[in-house]
Write a protein that binds this ligand. Structure first.
Ligand SMILES: *Cc1c(COP(=O)(O)O)cnc(C)c1O
Length: 363
């Protein structure tokens, strides 16, 4: 049996009729950028997450870099971020000229709140929390540290649509929550897309200005903005998927619950949730000291896997200019050598799950 690490086709066919009808409706409407679909999606998404405002954008990276731009964070400023973040999180900081300060993650792949304060200097302006793999971070300590030190709080929810801490959704704890709708995300579009959520009216207004060349009124440009508009067709298709997001997340949870219950191998460490958090299982990430041998073994059984991520940002060529040496973030670096994402996608059959579980148990 051949099993891919992820597949988007099953998630499409599950609601094929609805997606196709919506695509046709938008094509026939004659209106393709910033129209009813985008504003309706923004209203529905804000309501889903539990914030006053949402603004649709062209990608998750745009959500991140515009967030720091709008918060006024740039050259000479420092932003704390976990070492095991995705590279886009770091680019969201550095595109503005600000400096990322890496903090080691905890046992749950989230930023270690107990290691934040030792990194705060008078240049620190913000904390970027990444709810990695779909796991909500423990926000209580982080929010109080931000208050105590007067720091902005940005959440990267590109992998955590619908995940909660203490019953409150990720994206609602800080100044701005940033989302990506890249096709593989839990709430995926059929191309690129992104959004922010916020309770701050001024911030929401600024995103609407920045995403459209810095203009509030057409051809009257207040700031040097960008082109980061969510397409009508993507917004329409996202509205369809958003209607089903809870059941899609529930389906992933059932697969994850089976993995957690049935994978039994002393060589394999399973992911564990922190108290009061939920996970939407964007990835199911195991750890294995013999990871590279495990990948080869699974490959021979035609089970595909992905490493999220093999090179931590501080060791990537792009960030060699930061001059951070190998060995300076041992927990992060060890994770990069041992993590492995096993197959996890909507529409994964029982037989496919059985096959993955038994392969892992026989390793
Ligand atoms: C996907 C992702 C992004 C970037 O989103 P794009 O829409 O691809 O620009 C940022 N952060 C995290 C954690 C992601 O998973």
């Amino acid at each position: 049996m051949k099993i891919m690490p992820n597949r988007m086709d099953r998630g499409f066919y599950k609601y094929q009729k609805e997606f196709e009808q919506k695509a046709l409706d938008v094509l026939r409407s004659g209106w393709y950028v910033l129209g009813n679909e985008v504003s309706s999606f923004e209203d529905e998404f804000a309501k889903y997450v539990g914030t006053k405002y949402s603004v649709g954008l062209a990608s998750g990276l745009d959500a991140l870099w515009l967030a720091f731009r709008i918060l006024g964070i740039g050259k000479g400023d420092e932003v704390l971020v976990q070492g095991n973040a995705y590279i886009a999180c770091v680019m969201g900081i550095t595109i503005n000229g600000a400096t990322p300060i890496f903090v080691e993650p905890n046992e749950h792949f989230g930023i270690d709140a107990d290691k934040l304060e030792e990194k705060i200097t008078d240049k620190t302006k913000a904390i970027l929390v990444v709810h990695l793999y779909g796991m909500a971070s423990n926000m209580e300590k982080i929010v109080s540290i931000c208050k105590r030190h007067n720091l902005k709080l940005v959440e990267d929810c590109a992998q955590s649509h619908g995940a909660c801490y203490n019953g409150k959704m990720t994206g609602t704890f800080g100044d701005i929550g940033c989302f990506s709708f890249y096709p593989s995300k839990n709430l995926g579009a059929f191309g690129d897309g992104g959004a922010i959520v916020t309770n701050n009216e001024e911030i929401a207004k600024d995103f609407k200005i920045y995403r459209n060349y810095g203009s509030e009124k057409r051809y009257y440009n207040k700031v040097v903005g960008t082109n980061s508009r969510l397409d009508e067709i993507q917004a329409g298709l996202l509205r369809v998927r958003l209607n089903h997001l809870d059941e899609l997340n529930e389906e992933r949870k059932q697969i994850a619950d089976r993995y957690t219950k049935e994978i039994k191998n002393p060589k394999i460490l399973l992911p564990a949730l922190e108290n009061n958090t939920t996970c939407v299982w964007h990835q199911y990430v195991i750890r294995c000291e013999e990871r590279d041998r495990l990948i080869e073994y699974l490959n021979n059984k035609e089970i595909g896997t992905i490493i999220h991520y093999p090179i931590p940002p501080h060791l990537s060529e792009a960030y060699s200019y930061l001059g951070i040496k190998e060995g300076s973030l041992p927990i992060t670096e060890h994770l990069a050598k041992t993590v492995l994402s096993i197959p996890m996608y909507n529409g994964m059959t029982k037989e496919e799950q059985d096959y993955v579980i038994s392969a892992l148990n026989n390793f």
